[in-house]
Design a protein around this ligand. Structure first.
Ligand code: MTE
Ligand code: MO
Length: 344
């Protein structure tokens, strides 16, 4: 019998089984340190205290992946609302009581003609819809979404950029914003986004920068100022922290015990913010052996959304670990695991 698990709303596990933005019951899925013994990242107490799991060496199963699976819009809005907020995003970025009419973006600095533009006017400009990921470089939060916005290059062109300008900063009203090379933002075709899926941002959060292959700290929310400037040394764009490379997650929640002979369908994602994921690997013996599935045909712009079907061969308590390997040889420092029961 084919048995599907429930799915977590979001599969971002942080430490002790907390699911970022997850709703209701949280799956017993934990971020655990990899098997290299270096103990990077959070190891949950529950994991340490756990009894020995029944082991399956060289776990066999059917693997497939797609790259067009999207995170529902509501989940994208919620994604960074809880756990990630304490890690990296200031909760104060939403400005209460600012109506659509009062919201302006100022384009200025080293430009020929600074100007302010309202949301209505921005929405009347030529729009672009793109699938992009938003991945925090400091926490496990990640989403893939279809976003709609205007090209930053169009906004900047309207102001006429001075030739010496080499830096661009997207700021919120409190001054949050990280300077980036102007050429990088143009090459990546960054968007000032006003819609995710078919949903607009709420009041006060109207516009957010999205940039392909770039960590979310650059995705300034509630942008009020786009500033062009000149730097002697153009700031480099930083990638994800070492412990957030090669993100993986098993999205399944675990319900009742399974029966021997059941086909268990696991699914989740693997992503490294623009560096290609070349393999997704599974272990059911605590990392002694890993079964590797090739994903080198994938593109690096979208996450790898994988499916792994496993037939339960024996009864017991099992733990499935998954990790990703990237083009540059990085192995997920934080594997994702799920524990499940199989009965006679
Ligand atoms: N104005 C503002 N924008 C911000 C931040 C912030 O603190 N203030 N945090 C950034 C970080 S670190 C992340 S992970 C994302 C998360 O928020 P999102 O749900 O808007 O993408 O927002 C980015 N944009
Ligand atoms: Mo973040």
């Amino acid at each position: 019998m084919k048995r599907s698990f429930g799915l977590k709303v979001l599969g971002c596990t942080v430490g002790a089984g907390m699911v970022i933005g997850g709703l209701g019951s949280v799956a017993p899925t934990f971020a655990v340190a990899s098997d290299d013994g270096e103990g990077r990242g959070p190891i949950d107490v529950w994991q340490r205290a756990a009894v020995d799991y029944d082991k399956v060496a060289e776990v066999a199963g059917t693997f497939t992946f797609t790259q067009d699976t999207l995170t529902p819009a509501d989940d994208v809005f919620n994604l960074f609302g809880t756990a990630a907020t304490t890690i990296c995003a200031k909760p104060a970025y939403a400005f209460d009581g600012v109506t659509r009419e009062e919201y302006y973006v100022n384009v200025g600095g080293l430009v020929e003609k600074a100007y302010s533009i309202g949301v209505d006017e921005i929405e009347r400009m030529e729009s672009e819809m793109k699938e992009m990921r938003c991945t925090c470089g400091m926490s496990p939060a990640i989403a893939m979404a279809s976003v709609t916005g205007v090209k930053v290059s169009d906004l900047v062109e309207m102001a006429g950029v001075s030739e010496e300008a080499n830096t661009i900063t997207f700021k919120d009203k409190d001054g949050y914003g990280l300077p980036m090379p102007l050429s990088y933002v143009m090459d990546k075709e960054a968007l000032l986004v006003y819609r995710i899926g078919d949903k607009a941002f709420s009041d006060g959060e109207r516009l957010q920068v999205w940039i392909p292959d770039t960590v979310a700290k650059y995705f300034t929310r509630a942008v009020t100022d786009i500033e062009l400037s000149v730097s002697d040394e153009v700031p480099e764009v930083q990638g994800p922290d070492a412990d957030q490379r090669a993100k993986v997650s098993i999205m399944n929640t675990v319900g009742d015990a399974f029966k021997v002979g059941d086909l268990l369908s696991f699914e989740g994602y693997a992503d490294d913010c623009g560096t290609k994921v070349v393999a997704v690997e599974f272990s059911m013996d605590g990392g002694e052996t890993w079964t590797s599935f090739d994903t080198s045909e994938s593109n690096a712009e979208d996450w790898v959304y994988w499916h792994f079907d496993y037939v339960a061969e024996a009864s017991g308590t099992f733990k499935l670990d998954v990790r990703a390997v990237t083009e540059d040889g990085t192995v997920s420092p934080l594997a994702s695991s799920t524990v499940f029961e199989v009965e006679e």
